[in-house]
Design a protein around this ligand. Structure first.
Ligand code: FES
Length: 152
């Protein structure tokens, strides 16, 4: 196992917001081209565009679970615009660091969140989507996702 700090291990062993949520308004799924792992994020959005509920499922490693868990905590209660500003580096910083070879895992959570927000905006009538553009990501989309974690 890589050298994970206490905070990463805490979020891995006791992940917050794990699992699918009921009737999500947006779903984002990405696959990590580096390792082939998968991440899915679900969001429930209020009328004033606040993320009021969020959940994740991942087929990924310790860092992927910890990154997605802390990402959901960082995004919950924020407006969609604020959540779109969360960067990979913010996630790593919030985890007080990841082993260098595991930083790519934090990208997965970040991109899945952005895809979920894009998915939410894509369902809105065209006249309300002027603020909805996000940058495209390099991760590939995969067709399956389940909850699993690995010890690497
Ligand atoms: S997400 Fe694949 S190794 Fe971490």
């Amino acid at each position: 196992m890589s050298n994970y700090n206490k905070k990463v291990l805490k979020y891995f062993l006791n992940p917050k917001n794990r699992g699918k949520i009921k009737k999500p308004d947006g779903v984002g799924m990405v696959g990590n081209p580096v390792c082939g792992d998968i991440m899915k994020i679900y969001i429930k959005v209020s009328k004033d565009e606040i993320i009021e509920n969020i959940g994740f499922e991942t087929l990924g490693c310790v860092a992927a679970v910890a990154s997605s868990s802390i990402t959901t905590e960082m995004a919950k209660g924020k407006t969609l615009k604020q959540a779109l500003k969360i960067k990979k580096d913010d996630i790593v910083k919030e985890l007080t660091g990841l082993p260098k070879e595991k930083v790519h895992c934090s990208v997965l959570a970040n991109q899945a969140l952005k895809k979920a927000i894009e998915n939410y905006y894509s369902k809105l009538p065209a006249s309300t989507t002027s603020t909805a553009k996000t940058s495209s990501c390099s991760a590939s989309t995969k067709s399956t996702a389940s909850t699993r974690s690995r010890s690497h």
